[in-house]
Design a protein. Structure first.
Length: 302
């Protein structure tokens, strides 16, 4: 009679952290929809500023200054970190704009597309070999985008920009030897001077919403805290779980956004858009199956 293996408490804790991270990211549309009359670029400025301050406090509390100091002492590597910072700021800004303009379905599609964009970038930039199922998954994504262009006469530019910016960010981020917490802090630190200049300009032009009323001010400050919390949860999950498990949990984020767009924001879903999502979902299923099949072979070769 086969014995049931006891549940690894560390793995169970990792699943808990992973669920917390992706649930928070998936519910972000509900938070950014709370801003009334505050333009996306101003929310982005405060998101950068307050996340930088909150991350600095965490690094002091956790005594994690060593990797930060090492990164700041190597100007050559800071070029790549600055590239990461610009890409993540672009991704954040586009996402906030998508929520404000009630185009959360496009944002959801963008994050469903991201794993397939990662595969394509790995092949084009890193010359990685693509498995047949992965190639078919990427081809289905291409067909889905072409379908929207042919039937609706427009590209889902928000989806493509989110997927490409985050995919390219991940590509650059792999080349930076910094953990998630330290890396995001250095990225926001490099953006901090630009954020302060933009904030000063908004104040001088009389367009700043900060300190205008208590609710908006609290939301702007909270945007920085909420940027860091899922990252910390994700770091806890990444230390305890296999990449394959993390990969499956990742789909919670765009799935939640999809249902929030339909059920909360009541965004219309046309038959063409549904067909687009269907092709992407089939592509993701093929991609996930390919990754799962490749896992034992990788483990055997290690």
């Amino acid at each position: 009679m086969a014995r049931t293996l006891p549940l690894d408490p560390d793995a169970a804790k990792g699943v808990g952290f992973g669920l917390a991270a992706y649930l928070m990211w998936g519910c972000f549309p509900l938070f950014f929809a709370l801003f009334e009359g505050v333009p996306a670029y101003e929310i982005l400025i405060h998101r950068v500023l307050w996340s930088c301050l909150f991350l600095a406090a965490l690094i002091v509390l956790l005594r994690r200054w060593s990797p930060v100091r090492q990164a700041l002492r190597q100007p050559r590597r800071l070029g790549r970190v600055l590239g990461c910072a610009v890409l993540i700021a672009l991704n954040w800004g586009l996402y906030i704009y998508a929520v404000e303009s009630r185009q959360v379905l496009q944002a959801s599609l963008g994050y469903f597309l991201t794993p397939l964009v990662n595969v394509a970038l790995g092949m084009l930039v890193l010359r990685e070999r693509m498995a047949r199922l992965q190639a078919l998954a990427v081809a289905l994504a291409g067909v889905a985008i072409a379908l929207q262009l042919a039937m609706l006469g427009e590209l889902p530019w928000i989806s493509l920009a989110l997927a490409l910016s985050f995919g390219t960010y991940g590509l650059l981020r792999k080349q930076v030897p910094l953990d998630g917490l330290s890396g995001l802090f250095v990225e926001t630190l490099l953006l901090l001077p630009f954020g302060l200049l933009a904030l000063a300009w908004l104040g001088q032009a009389g367009q700043s919403h900060f300190l205008g009323d208590g609710r908006t001010t609290a939301l702007l400050v909270t945007s920085g805290v909420l940027t860091a919390l899922p990252l910390l949860a994700f770091a806890g999950a990444a230390r305890r779980l296999r990449l394959a498990t993390l990969g499956f949990l990742m789909y919670l984020n765009p799935s939640l956004q999809f249902f929030i767009a339909l059920l909360v924001f009541r965004e219309p879903l046309s038959s063409v858009q549904l067909a687009t999502f269907g092709l992407i979902w089939i592509g993701l299923a093929l991609y996930s199956w390919s990754a799962w099949q490749g896992r034992p072979r990788q483990a055997a070769g290690a």
